[in-house]
Design a protein around this ligand. Structure first.
Ligand code: MN
Length: 236
């Protein structure tokens, strides 16, 4: 388990809410040791319908996410990658970032980290039904004007990411920022703390929304964002 996930888990375990109730992946846990295994989804595969169908989840979680993990395990068996044995997925991601010789291992470890984080960034009855409050809302108001303005800026960033990548809400030097990353990149490689993410690779929405990325992203923001998880991450 990474230190981040360990702290997050311990915070949750010691707090009033259970991990399951917050919709966070229970298995930062399962990702703690090599060979890495696919962490359980924090909700049933059909729980995010109609925004994300069970069919999409079957491919996205059951095929894409699994493949990234399998690729990491395969790569770690090579002598050239022996220096990464014993590390967590997140540690591997950080150590291989911006190193051309390890781009394959970076891409696959980062995508494994990103997807586990993404499942935890979503929840049934999220979004507007579980809006941010307290310290988190204050930080949103400071950074973006208000919750509605944040939603528009986050949507526009996700829509504007050219090609495959991710849209992120991050905490950086005590303030909230929106950014996008291409392909597998993760804000932690830039020293930022991710709070929420939306996957804008086409495999995340094409079966359900075809080319309508904007409509998909709007629905995710309106209905699925896990603000409870973001609030815990901000204080962790
Ligand atoms: Mn994906």
């Amino acid at each position: 388990m990474s230190e981040m996930n360990r702290r997050e888990f311990l915070t949750l375990a010691g707090g009033v809410a259970t991990v399951a109730a917050l919709g966070l992946p229970e298995a930062g846990l399962a990702a703690s040791g090599q060979p890495f295994v696919l962490a359980p989804l924090p909700y049933p595969a059909n729980a995010l319908e109609p925004v994300i169908s069970e069919k999409t989840m079957g491919f996205h979680y059951g095929k894409h996410h699994l493949t990234y993990i399998n690729n990491v395990n395969t790569a770690l068996a090579l002598p050239a990658n022996s220096q990464f044995q014993g590390l967590t997925l997140e540690q591997i991601m950080l150590k291989t970032a911006n190193q051309a010789a390890f781009s394959g291992l970076f891409n696959n470890s980062a995508q494994a980290v990103n997807h586990e984080f993404y499942w935890g960034s979503l929840m049934p009855q999220g979004g507007d039904s579980a809006q941010p409050s307290g310290k988190l809302l204050t930080m949103i108001d400071t950074a973006f004007g208000d919750y509605a303005a944040f939603k528009n800026k986050f949507r526009d960033a996700a829509v504007g990411q050219f090609g495959a990548g991710w849209a992120w809400l991050v905490e950086h030097q005590g303030k909230l920022e929106i950014l996008t990353t291409s392909n597998a990149d993760n804000p932690k490689t830039r020293g930022m703390k991710p709070l929420l993410t939306i996957d804008v690779w086409e495999h995340a929405y094409y079966l359900d929304w075809q080319n309508q990325r904007k409509d998909h992203v709007q629905a995710v923001i309106d209905k699925l964002l896990n603000w409870k998880a973001a609030a815990i991450r901000i204080s962790a």
